[in-house]
Ligand binder design. Sequence first.
Ligand code: S3P
Length: 388
Amino acid sequence: MAEVSLRKKLALIGAMGSGKSSLARRYVQKYGGSSLDTDAEFVRRHGAIADFFDLRGEAEFRKIESDILVEAANSDIDVIATGGGAVLSKVGMSALRKTREIVYLTAPFDVLEMRIKKSARPLKNDLARVMEAREPLYLKYADYTVDSSEDSLRSLEQALKTPRTNRYDTVLCDADDTVLDFAATMKNSIIAAARREKLSAPSDRVYAAYKSLLPSVWERLERNEITREQLETERFALLSEALGEKIDVSRMNETYTDEMRRRRDVRDGAIEFLKALRARGIKVYIVSNGIARIKSEQLKAIEDHIDGAFVSETVGFNKPDVRFFERVESEIGGLDKDRTIVFGDSETSDISGGIVFGVDTCLFDTTGSKRSAADYRVTSYAEFLDLV
Ligand code: S3P
C-alpha cells in the first residue's frame, strides 16, 4: 500500500486542555503550512471569551463559533484547532468533515483538569458535565483518536500513517438518478411507448411534455396526495392534456411500464462507486420510491453490488414518510443511526426523509446548483467516497 502522506488538512477536536492549539502549532512547524485556532480567531473579533460569556451568553458564543468553524473549514488553512465545544455545531462539523480529517485529542480527566485550572475558560469548573455530554460527539466525529498525555505530535504521526476509519457503516442510497440513470430510462421508454401507442405528436414533443409534468406528479405522491395507482394513470392524463391528444391512459401506462421494465440504464461510474463502498465494508441498501414491478427488474443491473433494496410500494409508505425509513430500519436490524447516511438526488424525498428519520444526509447534486437542507452536498461519487 502507498505511504500515507503526513501533510493532510486536519481539524483537531477535543476537550479544553487536550492540547489542540499547541499540537496544531507544532504540526505546522514541522511539516509547514498554516494553522488557525478558532478560539484565537473569536478573541480577535470579539474580545475575551470569558467576558463575552458574561455579557452575551453562551448561546451567542456558539453561533459565532459555528460561523468561524465553517469559514475556517472552507479556507486553505492546513490545521485547525477548534474550541472544546466545536462538536456542538452540526454545520461546523459537516463543513470540517468535507474538507479535512478530524483528529480527536484525548487525555485523562485529571490531566485535563490540571491543565485548565489556572486558565480563564468560562466552563472550566464544568469539565465533568461537559465531557459527559460531549464524549459521544467527539467519538462520532473522530477520524483518528490521539492521546495527548505523552508526545501528541508523535502519536498523531503514527495515527496518520493508517487510513482513517469509515465515518458511516450504512448508506441508504436512492436509485433513480443517483445510481440508476432514470433520465435515460424515462426518455427511451416514453419515446418507445408513444411509438407503440401510435401517438400523433412527434417524439421530442411527447418527451418534453412528459419530462416537464412528471416531477410534480411524483411530488404529489411524496406528499401522500395521490396513491401509486393514481400516479400511474394521472401522468398520462396530464400528458394527453399537454399534447391536446386523446390517450388511452391505462393502455399507455401498461406499454410504458413494459418499456421501463426492460431497461437497465446505470449511471456512469455507479457500479464502481457501489463496489468501492462495499470494499470498505460499508453496507449499501437501495431506498426507492419506484414502482415495484419496474424496480424489481431494473435493480437487477446492480443487484450484485448492494446489500438489499427497499421499494416503497412494497414497504407500504413512500419517502419522505418516516414510516418508510422505520420499516427499512426494522428490516435491516441493528442499524446505527449515528453511522447511517442517506444519499440521493431528491431534496423532497431523500433529504427530507433522512432528516425526519434522524440520520445524516447527502444530496447528490450533479449540477451543483440546488438549495438543500442536507448535511452535505456532493457533485460526484468521488466526493461522496471522500466523505464517508
Ligand atoms: C469551550 C472551550 C474553549 C472555548 C470556550 C468554550 C468549551 O476552547 O471555546 O471557552 O465549551 O469546551 P478550548 O477547548 O480551546 O479550551
